[in-house]
Ligand binder design. Structure first.
Ligand code: AMP
Ligand code: GLY
Length: 427
């Protein structure tokens, strides 16, 4: 039996724990720090997801056979390097590989070397130089903090004034701290976004089923960016042709170029795509599962997750063939009032047991914890991810809303249009 430590405490990690629990080869599951929902499927330990030292000690003390890293912060901080140095097995890229997410400038440079075309851009470590570039290229333009900013470091500026304000808040006011030491100004791409998520062992790239999330807080894709207010799989905007094209012309060259640079990337490679008139632009890379894309993907995955992870870690991913539920899956995120800026915490969540009775559905917890009277309370921006299967995207979404309707806490935010683009395509 394999004892596993899952690092993280969001909806993605709940889905990972839930899917690992279904494996006959998995023994104990520990999760650090976990949440109130994860605690039903795993032993939660109060070590923060970015506490590299604490996590290494935990893995050693509990003699786990495998550590599965959910979020980007510990990957960027070198958790996998530290575990491997002690002879411990880990799923996720090392610090050098995690640069793909930690630095947009690194990624742009790597994509150039790999021959993958991206939007025109400039990188600046001086605000005056950024403003001067802006004078030259004008608006609309996308302003990005170079480093990690929890999905909030990007402003799609329609006017020069908006772009100037974004540059100044990133570089002069440092609203994202050191992530704003450098700024990337990038041509705005139009079209529809999709998430292209693959496993790789550093040699073989094994793409997962297609998926799409909803980044903006408001219906009709309006308002500020969030971590994601919902997701579904498959994403009909990604045709078979595009799927093969992205695998061959984006993912394979990126993994090969990393290898040329001496980086064996093992884990999840996630390209954010923009698709317009059949043309595909690459917006960004992440080095972990998308959250919430992970929830519908794992609900559809039939292959044993531990088998997959073992194949990545042991560099024999070429042996694996994936098996998917042919049905669609959709996740509706329930967020706290104030999200994404300043979410309220501590509200009692009602109706969870009732919601759990909806068939082919699972309520993944994200920002939840136990209150003083053992009740489940809100403890973060994104609180729950209600995820359902259905014969079509429309029916999966309808089922997720049916379960969502049974859940209640004051001020909860839900987008009512999850899956709208797919449903408009008849999916
Ligand atoms: P990123 O962190 O680079 O993925 O950016 C977050 C979000 O900003 C993306 O999911 C897009 O919605 C938007 N975005 C980023 N880059 C661009 C771009 N070049 N053109 C249009 N929208 C973009
Ligand atoms: N859902 C987008 C992300 O995980 O980055």
């Amino acid at each position: 039996m394999t004892d596993v430590l899952v690092v993280g405490g969001g909806g993605r990690e709940h889905a990972l724990v839930w899917k690992l629990r279904a494996s006959p080869r998995v023994g104990r599951i520990l999760c650090a720090p976990g949440n109130a929902g994860i605690a039903q499927d795993a032993e939660c330990v109060a070590v923060a997801a970015d506490d590299v030292q604490g996590l290494v000690e935990l893995a050693q003390r509990e003699k786990v056979d495998l550590t599965v890293v959910g979020p980007e912060a510990p990957l960027t901080a070198g958790l996998v390097d530290e575990l491997e140095r002690r002879g411990l097995r880990a799923f996720g890229p090392n610090r050098a590989g995690a640069e793909l997410e930690a630095s947009k400038a690194f990624t742009k440079d790597l994509l150039d070397e790999a021959g993958v075309s991206t939007a025109a851009y400039g990188t600046f470590d001086d605000a005056n130089a950024a403003h001067a570039y802006l004078d030259k290229v004008g608006a609309p333009i996308v302003v990005k903090a170079d480093g990690l900013a929890a999905g909030k470091g990007v402003t799609v500026a329609e006017t020069i004034d908006e772009a100037r304000a974004a540059i100044d808040s990133i570089m002069r006011d440092r609203v994202f701290g050191t992530a704003g030491a450098r700024v990337v100004l990038e041509e705005k791409l139009g079209g529809e976004e999709a998430s292209f998520i693959a496993l790789t062992d550093g040699k073989t790239v094994l793409p997962l089923a297609t998926s799409q999330d909803h980044k903006r807080i408001g219906e009709g894709d309006t308002g500020p960016n969030t971590g994601g207010m919902g997701a579904y799989s498959p994403a009909p905007v990604v045709t078979h042709e595009m799927f093969d094209h992205v695998t061959k012309n984006v993912m394979d060259p990126v993994v090969a170029t990393l290898r040329k640079r001496g980086i064996t990337f093992k884990g999840v490679l996630y390209a954010g795509l923009m698709i317009e008139d059949g043309k595909i632009g690459v917006l960004e890379f992440n080095v972990r599962f998308g959250d919430p894309e992970c929830q519908p993907l794992l609900m559809r995955l039939r292959t044993d997750l531990l088998d997959l992870i073992d194949a990545v870690v042991d560099e024999r991913l070429h042996e694996i063939e994936l098996d998917w539920d042919s049905r669609a899956a959709a996740c509706v995120v329930i967020a706290a009032p104030g999200y994404p800026a300043t979410p309220d915490k501590g509200a009692t969540i009602r109706g969870l047991e009732d919601a759990a009775t909806v068939v082919d559905s699972y309520i993944f917890h994200a920002g939840t914890s136990r209150g003083d009277n053992a009740q489940i309370v809100t403890n973060g921006g994104r609180v729950l991810g209600v995820t359902s299967l259905g014969d079509t995207i429309a029916s999966a979404v309808a089922r997720a809303y049916e379960a969502t309707a049974k859940i209640d806490f004051p001020g909860m935010q839900i987008r009512r249009d999850i899956g709208r683009r797919a449903i408009a395509r008849g999916a």
